[in-house]
Design a binder for this molecule. Structure first.
Ligand SMILES: [Zn+2]
Length: 323
């Protein structure tokens, strides 16, 4: 399969967890079903549990995993060492607080049955209701014993570092960090393509039948990095391009925020572009492709340089693998 590279679009996969709402449609134009509460839109994923399907161009109908098997160089560039597409992009509509959780490192996840990737993730806060919170990391001085006691007593919140985020903020949550998204947040999340979560506290909630959700306290305590304390809002680093800010630069992914016209690609790497707010357009080789709010495209590594046009007030996220 040798195709002229073009921006790939995928069919989003929607998840109806209990904490969701209608904002994926209202704010991000996602085509969730007309009824019900919808928590997550998985815009791009290649995992044993879920796999995105291309909706446009010559590869329409193909799944991301198939493209990886047949044309990994075309998609990822020559320097890849992975069988599955390494990143997962989601949008989340958090109408009530999510469980307090932690994700394992690659080392830990590799030893599980079945094995998985670890999960380092980052959040871009699109909207935050007044007084909404995120929990990111442990408060200073909290150790394994304190946390285990607090979980047993149903007061784990007292151990967590709490932040009031604003629209446009970014939080970086490496594997091993205790975290929870609070109510009233609309979030774009980039993460390793893993589906492993250890839940350590669920706010003492029970469902209509009086049942609580399963916790994984032992694995969580095994996984938490107790040497790391509180996490804070990421500082925006300027880059060589005006209006392009580096939000996260870690060994799993880079996340840039683009707020002014610029360019991307032509660097031997794939780029995931998504538009949390506003309106953008990409142009290359005489082609143009609109990117309205909520849209996501994957630019294969073989794409030539792409020009990014953004309307005033737009936020566009550009995510790719580090060098
Ligand atoms: Zn998480």
């Amino acid at each position: 399969m040798a195709n002229i590279p073009y921006p790939l679009r995928f069919k989003p996969l929607f998840r109806d967890y209990l904490w969701g709402g209608r904002n994926l449609a209202a704010r991000l134009n996602k085509s969730i079903p007309a009824e019900g509460s919808w928590a997550e839109s998985w815009d791009l994923v290649d995992h044993a549990d879920h796999e995105s399907e291309v909706t446009n161009g010559p590869l329409a109908g193909r799944r991301l995993g198939q493209i990886m098997r047949e044309s990994a160089n075309w998609l990822l560039g020559v320097d890849h060492a992975t069988e599955r597409f390494p990143l997962l992009l989601k949008y989340l509509d958090c109408q009530s607080v999510l469980s307090v959780q932690v994700h394992p490192s690659d080392d830990f996840a590799r030893r599980m049955n079945p094995p998985d990737l670890g999960k380092t993730e980052a959040w871009f806060i699109i909207d935050a209701a007044p007084n909404s919170v995120v929990y990111a990391g442990l408060r200073k001085g909290v150790n394994r014993e304190n946390l285990a006691d607090a979980i047993r007593l149903g007061i784990a919140e007292q151990c967590l570092h709490k932040i009031h985020p604003c629209a446009g903020d970014c939080l970086f949550i490496p594997a091993g960090t205790v975290h929870a998204l609070g109510a009233g947040l609309l979030v774009a999340e980039i993460q390793q393509a893993s589906n492993t979560t250890f839940r350590l506290f669920d706010w003492n909630r029970v469902d209509a039948q009086g049942k609580s959700r399963q916790l994984h306290v032992d694995q969580a305590l095994e996984t938490i990095d107790f040497s790391r304390g509180p996490f804070h809002i990421q500082a925006r680093q300027t880059t060589a391009q005006p209006g392009r800010f580096r939000l996260v630069d870690c060994d799993k992914f880079v996340m840039d925020l683009v707020t002014q016209p610029g360019s991307t690609g032509d660097d031997g790497r794939f780029h995931i572009l998504t538009v949390p707010t506003g309106k953008a357009e990409i142009r290359w080789d005489g082609n143009r492709e609109p990117l309205p709010v909520g849209d996501t495209v994957l630019l294969p590594a073989q794409m030539p340089q792409v020009r990014i046009e953004v309307e005033r007030g737009t936020t566009l996220l550009d995510m790719y693998l580090p060098n």
